[in-house]
Design a protein around this ligand. Structure first.
Ligand SMILES: [Zn+2]
Length: 90
């Protein structure tokens, strides 16, 4: 007799946003399928929209910046993002 494990696809993965530091559903993070090979951004969509307003850019542009960062900086950590915000807010 076989024991079959039913792996539910509805299990929600949680991910921490590197900006607001909240645990959110993975689906709250933008997926750059083509560019980041299925990786999601470290920044949640709520923060992206907030940033877009502060900077007066479109959310697409902001996502582009973070995609670029994730793509080109292998050892990214939260502190690097923090420095990035300061510029935007001040
Ligand atoms: Zn966030």
């Amino acid at each position: 007799m076989h024991c079959v494990y039913n792996v539910s696809m509805s299990v929600t993965e949680l991910k921490e946003c590197w900006r607001c530091e909240k645990l959110k559903k993975e689906t709250d993070f933008h997926l750059r399928y083509q560019i980041l090979r299925n990786q999601r951004l470290h920044i949640c969509e709520v923060c992206i929209l907030e940033e877009a307003q502060v900077l007066g850019e479109t959310p697409t542009e902001i996502r582009g910046v973070y995609t670029h960062m994730q793509l080109h900086f292998k050892n990214l950590d939260k502190s690097m993002y923090k420095r990035f915000w300061l510029k935007a807010v001040s």
